[in-house]
Design a protein around this ligand. Structure first.
Ligand SMILES: *Cc1c(COP(=O)(O)O)cnc(C)c1O
Length: 457
């Protein structure tokens, strides 16, 4: 066995062991940053080491400092796991080491990107001629779509931002609901558009369609972008799209939808009603590393009119090999990048149409089970209408909810994050992992009951 093969074999053995440990190991990390630094040894060695030894040291020193994100009892933030086919494909992506920039140079990736992109549009009910770009995550997907939106609404107002920049041009108005994700604010900051104008939201943090219409009537033909959301991170709620999108279009504005985890509702006949009318928008952002369960990092940006995203992201280089059909780098902010479409293709190919629907429905079923179980705990209250994968609950006042969260983390059975919603400290559960079982939910509910019983009222 040569040194490279030995290193890969060692990595494989550690990976298999790690994955096998997920069902029983504590979900939170057991070691601190300092512990891991000590175990690795902070000094840079004077000379080379064998690759297998390096992998061995990395794996053994880091393992205690790993959080069981890919396991079935991690419900913090919105974190997907990795489907077996997607994980294995991701290993190949690293071994193949293709720089997936140009159509003609990486025909295999181009083929897979074209197929996976078409499948995605089909599953999510989005217009078939849209451009699909593979980004690092939903933050960059939102950024990319909003760049196309900004440049397009400015062009319609007679201003060429690509050539002249923003200074001296008309001000772009961006309207977003109070419940938008902070990634939208960050994307707008990157784009030089400042903070969004916030539109009132209801108790589930859906944008108020009347307030939005009201805001649009004062738009005064100003270039305008409206950001809607499919899946709010506390309630899982979806903005209403049909009439709202129509009203925004009637006002001449661009509609963008942030559907980082929620857009996948469209792939399930049982949940597709949540995204009804969403396909009428102009652009969409979603993640593959959340609901679809591919390894980090992988987001997807979809733009109805491919020429708009090409105008914002495209570049020409004399040393590049351009293809008249368009190249994948014209749909994303990066030039050099890994073959993300391979993992998305593998996930979709392994699930099939019914498998994607079943995945979405299973996540939602577990979320409902959490809501029912928590509602039965003394002093606990589920605050949101549990219509998708998210559950928000309180356990009395903020101090007691805080205690329950802390005790739950100490217990180690599961990992659930807190947040503040409607000015209250909440426990926030996101069911996003393909491998979560009924037994995981039962064990987690037991742990929540233990934590609640131990917390002072
Ligand atoms: C996670 C999330 C984002 C940001 O996505 P990243 O993949 O972390 O960049 C944006 N919007 C919503 C609604 C999200 O849930």
């Amino acid at each position: 066995m040569d040194a490279r093969e030995a290193a890969l074999q060692r990595a494989h053995d550690h990976a298999v062991r790690w994955l096998a440990s997920l069902s029983e190991r504590p979900v939170p990390a057991c070691a601190s940053v300092e512990d891991v630094v000590r175990a690795l040894g902070p000094g840079l060695p004077d000379g080379p080491s064998s690759p297998a030894d390096v992998v061995e040291l990395l794996a053994t020193a880091c393992e205690p400092g790993l959080t069981a994100f890919p396991g079935g009892r991690f419900y913090g933030f919105v974190i997907g796991g990795s489907l077996p086919a997607a994980l294995a494909a991701d290993w190949l992506v690293s071994a193949w080491d293709q720089n997936c920039v140009m159509r003609r140079v990486t025909p295999a990736h181009t083929a897979v990107e074209d197929i996976a992109g078409a499948w995605l549009l089909d599953l999510l009910g989005l217009p078939t001629r849209s451009a699909v770009g593979f980004t690092t995550g939903a933050t960059t997907a939102n950024f990319t779509a909003l760049a196309a939106a900004r440049d397009t609404v400015l062009r319609r107002a007679g201003w060429n931002a690509a050539r002249d920049g923003l200074t001296g041009g008309p001000r772009v108005r961006v309207l977003a609901g109070e419940g938008r994700h902070m990634a939208i604010d960050l994307a707008l900051r990157y784009l030089g558009l400042g903070e969004p104008e916030l539109v009132a939201a209801d108790d589930q943090w859906r944008i108020d369609p009347d307030a939005l219409r009201q805001a649009l009537t004062t738009a005064d033909a100003q270039p305008t972008i409206v950001v809607l959301q499919a899946g709010e991170i506390h309630s899982g709620a979806f903005d209403s799209f049909g009439d709202t999108v129509e009203a925004v279009h009637a006002a001449g504005a661009w509609v963008h939808v942030d559907g980082a985890f929620g857009l996948w509702a469209a792939a399930s006949p049982a949940y597709a009603h949540l995204t009804e009318g969403c396909g009428q928008a102009d652009s969409w952002a979603t993640d593959a590393h959340k609901t679809l369960n591919v390894p980090y990092d992988c987001g997807l940006v979809v733009v109805r009119d491919p020429s708009t995203v090409r105008a914002s992201m495209g570049q020409r280089g004399d040393y590049l090999i351009h293809d008249e059909r368009g190249d994948s780098f014209e749909k994303v902010p990066e030039l050099s990048r890994r073959g993300r479409a391979f993992t998305v293709w593998a996930a979709l190919r392994s699930l099939g149409r019914s498998g994607v629907a079943a995945l979405v429905e299973r996540l939602c079923r577990h979320a409902s089970a959490f809501a029912a179980g928590i509602a039965d705990i003394d002093g606990a209250r589920v605050l949101n209408d549990v219509i998708f994968t998210q559950v928000c609950a309180t356990f009395g006042d903020d101090a007691r909810t805080e205690q329950v969260l802390a005790r739950l983390l100490d217990d180690g059975t599961a990992w659930i994050s807190g947040s503040v919603w409607h000015d209250r400290r909440v426990m926030r559960i996101s069911v996003s992992n393909w491998s979560t079982t009924d037994d995981d939910v039962r064990r987690t509910l037991d742990a929540i009951r233990r934590a609640a019983a131990a917390a002072r009222p």
